[in-house]
Structures are given as structure tokens and as C-alpha cells.
Design a protein around this ligand. Structure first.
Ligand code: ATP
Ligand code: LTN
Length: 335
């Protein structure tokens, strides 16, 4: 508890171009709940290097992502928005937690299996211990709540297991975090293969709507989204492509699937798909304008980066010092 509020932590990797899935599944929810919590939102650039990155591209993407957090509506004074790599406590706690995590546990992680299959030429140890660094992120800030998409649930569970294991030996050091999965948009699927989640690392650009897509591209991708031959607007698992479009429409407009079915009763996909495009564009166009405005204000963003790194380090180091003491590292000598 800080100032009577619970603490929230979340992060996103600065890899690839962000998709509508990232926005609806994560960023949008972050903004909705940010007032009720003390929030830490990190650009997790240390996680990004588990897959090879071009240094200049990584640096640029990290900055774009940090700016996007603010453009999406997160107030950088009330919320601590910072780069993970600027707070060395993440790496230090991750090392300690590595020694409290079993190979067998990490071996079960589906994200590891997926990424190892995708990057068979670079199955590095960082990719394997990725969830431990994520646990360190969360536990350093004693987070009560972690808003993520459904795909991150397994990582949240291992975080709780590691924290519980540590606490059972050393006392109540870590708060046990709960996952927060938004009601709408928790899993946005690919527009081309509705059985796969929309992902920024998808090779087919038509499967994803990118946050920086222009309106024509958004409209085209929605029109070409894979649906079925039933031709009626129904929210059912039997029409997965359409169901995904309804989810997107609802997440963007705030309507429910029932309201949407009524609105498009008797109408076909030829009317519904452009309406989805319009709803998406109505969200993304203002976001892009705000992003451009903030990007131009270099001094303002630099100030936020500096101040928030210091603030994050203050809280992170408090937990780290406690952990170091508990496990028996020698005390620092102060004059
Ligand atoms: P990659 O394809 O590189 O693995 P990704 O697109 O899955 O990336 P992440 O950086 O792993 O994105 O995720 C950032 C956040 O966005 C996470 O909280 C994740 O759960 C959420 N998220 C990612 N894709 C979707 C999606 N299709 N629907 C809803 N939420 C999503
Ligand atoms: N693994 C997450 C990103 C991430 C994260 C975190 C999310 C790293 N550390 C801590 C929430 C809390 C992902 O791939 N989306």
C-alpha cells in the first residue's frame, strides 16, 4: 500500500510494431484502471533482447513505446512510466530469483516453447529464464495487480509460485500479485487466421492492425478480414472470424455483443466490416496525433524518462535491499 492505494505493475516489450491486440488487451485497460492504483508501467527492454535486436531499432522502438503509453492516456506524473534497463534492481533481483526457480517449472512455459520453436538458432538462456525477470519486475514493486492479456497468465502463476516459495523460507517479503484480465479485448485474434492471436511478430501484416496504420489501411484490413459464408451477424464460436470482429467493435465502441447483433440485424458483412474499420480508426487516429505531438517534444519526454527512472529505482531498491538482507548478503557500510 502506498498513499492508501494498492500497487499495479505492467510492462510491454519494445519489439515489433504494436498491434490493436496490444492496445485493446493491455494498454486500454491500463488507462481505465490507472486512477485507482499506484501504477508502474515499464518498457521492458531487457526482455526484448531475448530475441536478437538491431540496437538502433530497439532504442527507437523503446522510445516510441514509452511515448505511446503517455499518448494512450497514462499521466506520467501520476503513473511511473520508465525503461526497465534504467533500474538495475530488475537484473539483480532476477538473479536472486533464478536461484529460487526450478528448471522443470520453466520448461513448462508455453511462451518459451513457442519462441524456442520460432528462433531455433538462438535458444538462449535469457529466453528460458524470461519469466524470472518478469517475476522480478512485478515483485520489486510489491504489486497487488498485474493487468495482462490471457497469454501471460502462466507467467503470473509462476511469479506467484516463486514469491510464495521465497516467503515461506524468509517471511512475508513479497506481495502475491493477482492478474487482471480485461473483460473485453482480452484476446484479439488475427484477422487472417482467427484461431491465432493477433501478434506483432506475425509475418502476415494483413492479420494485424498496427497502431500506426493509416485509415485506408485499417479499412482495407477490416474489409479483407477472414469471415465465413453464413452472412449473418451472430456472436458465436462457430463464426470465429466474425466473433473476433465483434469483439474488436465492442472494445472500440463500448457496446456489447448483444447490442451489436441488434444494430446489424438483417445486415451483412458488407456493412459490418466497414463499421468495424471506422470504429478502430476513431480510436487510433487521435492516438496517432497525440503520439506525434509528444514525440516532437523531446525535452518533455526526456524529463519524464529521468524522473520516473529515479522514482522507480527508489521503490525497487527498497525491496531489493530487504531481499538481500534476508538471504544473507553482507550489509553495506555507511559513513
Ligand atoms: P510477440 O508477438 O512479439 O510475442 P505480442 O504481440 O504477443 O508480442 P507482447 O509484448 O507479448 O505482445 O504483449 C504485450 C501485452 O499485450 C501483453 O499484456 C499481452 O497479453 C497483450 N496482448 C498481446 N497480444 C494480444 C492480443 N492479440 N489480444 C489481447 N492482448 C494481447
Ligand atoms: N512478458 C510480458 C511483458 C512483461 C510484463 C512484465 C507484463 C515483462 N514483464 C511484468 C506484466 C508484468 C509480455 O510478453 N507481454
Amino acid at each position: 500500500m502506498l498513499d492508501g492505494k494498492k500497487t499495479l505493475f505492467s510492462g510491454m516489450q519494445a519489439t515489433g510494431n504494436l498491434t490493436l491486440g496490444n492496445y485493446l488487451g493491455a494498454l486500454k485497460n491500463w488507462v481505465t484502471i490507472s486512477d485507482e492504483y499506484n501504477c508502474f508501467y515499464s518498457v521492458v527492454d531487457m526482455h526484448s533482447i531475448t530475441v536478437r535486436q538491431d540496437p538502433a531499432v530497439l532504442r527507437k522502438r523503446a522510445r516510441t513505446l514509452l511515448t505511446l503509453y503517455i499518448a494512450a492516456g497514462l499521466d506520467p506524473v501520476k503513473n511511473c512510466i520508465y525503461y526497465q534497463s534504467h533500474v538495475s534492481a530488475h537484473a539483480e533481483l532476477a538473479w536472486i530469483l533464478n536461484c529460487f526457480t526450478y528448471m522443470g517449472e520453466l520448461n513448462r512455459m508455453t511462451q518459451f516453447k513457442d519462441k524456442a520453436a520460432k528462433h531455433a538458432d538462438n535458444i538462449n538462456a535469457g529466453l528460458f529464464t524470461y519469466p524470472v525477470l518478469m517475476a522480478a519486475d512485478i515483485l520489486l514493486y510489491q504489486a497487488d495487480l498485474v493487468p495482462v492479456g490471457i497469454d501471460q497468465m502462466q507467467h503470473l502463476e509462476i511469479t506467484r509460485d516463486i514469491a510464495q516459495r521465497f516467503n515461506s523460507t524468509y517471511g512475508d517479503v513479497f506481495t502475491l500479485p493477482e492478474a487482471y484480465i480485461g473483460k473485453v479485448g482480452a484476446k484479439i485474434m488475427s484477422l487472417q487466421e482467427p484461431s491465432k492471436k493477433m501478434s506483432k511478430s506475425d509475418e502476415n501484416p494483413n492479420g494485424s492492425i498496427y497502431l500506426m496504420d493509416d485509415k485506408d489501411t485499417i479499412m482495407r484490413k477490416c474489409r479483407r478480414a477472414v469471415t465465413d459464408s453464413a452472412g449473418i451477424i451472430r456472436y458465436t464460436d462457430e463464426q470465429p472470424g466474425l466473433k473476433n470482429l465483434i469483439d474488436i467493435y465492442c472494445a472500440c465502441t463500448g457496446k456489447t455483443p448483444d447490442e451489436t447483433m441488434k444494430e446489424f440485424d438483417g445486415k451483412g458483412y458488407g456493412e459490418f466490416k466497414p463499421a468495424v474499420g471506422e470504429a478502430v480508426a476513431a480510436i487510433l487516429m487521435p492516438l496517432q496525433e497525440e503520439q506525434a505531438r509528444l514525440t516532437a517534444d523531446k525535452a518533455y519526454i526526456d524529463g519524464i524518462i529521468k524522473e520516473n527512472a529515479e522514482k522507480a529505482a527508489y521503490y525497487a531498491n527498497k525491496t531489493l535491499r530487504k531481499v538481500q538482507r534476508k538471504i544473507g548478503f553482507p550489509d553495506r557500510i555507511r559513513n
